[in-house]
Design a binder for this molecule. Sequence first.
Ligand SMILES: [Zn+2]
Length: 574
Amino acid sequence: MGKYTRGEFLGLSAALAGAFSLGRWPGGKTVASAQQAPASPVLSGEPDLVVVNARVLTSEPALPRAEAFAVKNGRFVAVGSSSDVRNLASARTQVIDAQRMTVVPGFIDAHNHPSGVEELYGVNTNLRTVREIQAAIKKKADATPAGFWVNGFMFDDTKLDRPLTRKDLDEATTDHPVSVAHRGGHTNFYNSKAFELAGITKDTPDPSDGRFFRENGELNGRVAENARDVVNRVGKRESFTSEQRRDRARNGMRHMSQLFNACGLTSVHNAGTGPQHIQAYEDCRKNGELTHRAYMMIRSAEAFKGLKAANISTGFGDEWVRVGGVKFVADGSASERTMRMSTPYVGTNDYGILTMTQEQLYEAIDDAHSHQWQVGVHANGDVTIDMVLKAYERALQKWPDANRRHRIEHCTLINADLVRRMKANGVIPTPFWTYVYYHGEKWKEYGDEKVSRMFAHRTFLDAGIPVPGASDYTPGPFEPLMAIQSMVTRTDYKGRVWGPNQKVTVDEALKIATINGAYASSEEHLKGSITSGKLADFVVLEQDPHDVSPDAIMNIKVNRTVIGGKTVYPKSQS
Ligand SMILES: [Zn+2]
């Protein structure tokens, strides 16, 4: 950028802001995005904050790189050269000299399950030996009255010294029902006491939407999908007063905000929101503890019914806490190898599990779509993605809406026909973004041909689909720099490459992690780039991801995370 007078520079900022296309509020009203955003991008009075001497990667096509920017009332108000931006500062302006560090827009995770309650109060079974898991369960059982559930979470079956079994859990306790939940959320391991209470024996048939896994005709403890419902209904559970529950939920959400900020996340789509989360967001917010922006995809049937009855739909809320889409789950999991595919898992006759029928999808999607809701259906396998698309195509035909942006959550295994139909219907996929790196040992069960069509960020970009990225935490780690490395290298933690045809560039990965995430919640007029008029959410990185070896992107340190102009990480800087 050349030299401008202060007036010319401010005019340029405003012109850049004005260059945005019309944005559509999710509620249905069309507004001019940046110009009519709540805070005017045109600066009057000095900025609250300026960042100078930075390498700013803006995610804004009109000005992809800059040196500096100014912030006022929580929004970017000018972006340009260090000298120009410095000129805007007064004695009251906070000046951050970035010392040539890299600044990017705040990262957006388009599918995550933040709660934090298990992280603070639960039994973490993300351990590497069966013996350690037994010890963790036994410790909790010793402090729990007989007959009450003992629950482990974050279990990862493929990172263990040997397979976990029902008998291993019996060795930890026979007085309590035990459940060890896979971090992927679709399978649990139970002990004999749990099966006994539920009346499940080796002769119990599998339901159509779940499975009791067996070995040599005996239950081996693993149970998938909705077959778990009957087990989860029995036994006694630790009970809490509503006050205690509310406190735990608030503490958990505050904890998640801090974890998110520490790795540069400023916005997170909560892909399974129920009443307790909504309360937790509100409680944290009132107490100044909510330091990430939440897009709530409603999963609870009760909450969805209540919101519909109140005539509330997608888009309601503000830039901190917003009602997003409604969420349904139509098949199994990628990381737990239960997703429904047209061809089986390697070396088996197992095609995976569907958890909704085509009829159920038609009904759910017609209802949500006709009530002005965005819909996000969890669909990993190609069979399931096809079923979901059929239902979207049908609903859009009945009630056309060119900008509803229905989503396919995960959308893992794709083919050319599915991608073409997604593009034609404006459907957004939210593929896993840390899975290639973190879960590499699982992909051999799919085989190379399938993996070349899985987590297909490259294919979606090439088709002109503004694909975001998603951790699905707890199933995947949420660290965005690990995600960028994973998408750029398609290489796992052991150095094995999976589906190299799906590699994206660093610039593409940054767009996936920022502006495309904003698009998936119809908030691209508000965030996702460092652009005058948008929310001042940004991250200072100690190195430029373009400059380090692609295998070292995840080691780049987050120097500072700022949301709405306020430093939220590290805490001492606020
Ligand atoms: Zn999920």
